[in-house]
Write a protein that binds this ligand. Sequence first.
Ligand code: DGL
Length: 272
Amino acid sequence: MAKEGRIGVFDSGIGGLTVLREVRTLLPGEETIYLGDTARVPYGTKSGEAVIRYSLEVAGFMKGKGIKMLVVACNTASAYALPALKEALDVPVVGVIEPGAATAAEATMAKRIGVIGTEATIKSGAYFDAIKAIDSKTAVYMKACPLFVPLAEEGWLDNDVTRLTAESYLANFKKEEIDILVLGCTHYPLLKPLIAGVMGKGVTLIDSARATAAEVKRILQEKGLVRDADPAFPAAPPEFFVTDSPERFATVGKRFFGDGLVSAELVRLGDS
Ligand code: DGL
């Protein structure tokens, strides 16, 4: 595998742009390609079997683009499809759960961690298992927060509806005296200031996006595949693909990614 290959980043929709942003910040010399499966979002309410099928279709697309690594930015897809993706691809595959879990396990002093995510991610127990595998004595409390996804997409990042929703979802974590809360969903980093306000000073929020980008860099370095930034030949901007509504992706995506997102190309995958 050559250094010149691009890094493929995939999510069920728009939220994975938070991960792409972090990858580009940490690895400015890399070229990237992003696919949002916007025709079939949300993955968070689907069965594990459907999530695996969709993820393998995305992997097939990415393979055709000659990627040198696949980043599964979607927590739900990481929770269910990582083993199948690793088997299907002959390039490194990185999910968001293990990096986030490892950062949380390292950071907790109270040995009490909260995890929030989609229904499917929480149901899979993937964060629970990953944290327990690192430290079986750490208590892990989990809560599905499905309304955070549409609220983030709507751009309701700091208003009364979102605050009340957060207070209701997060109330139990206060009783459980956690000192770390893992934002186990691509969309939640957008709500970070609001969630931090609700949880108060004693709780640190762990953003899987940042931890995942660090893991991507570590693996590329280990394999000698990092493409260093070269001012004479700046990396091409990311190429964006979606399975539905490229215009909506570009509009809402700016909220996640900034002005670097101009347009996306429509592709068909499976039954999308
Ligand atoms: N990308 C999903 C995740 O991180 C959130 C949106 C969805 O449910 O598809 O779990």
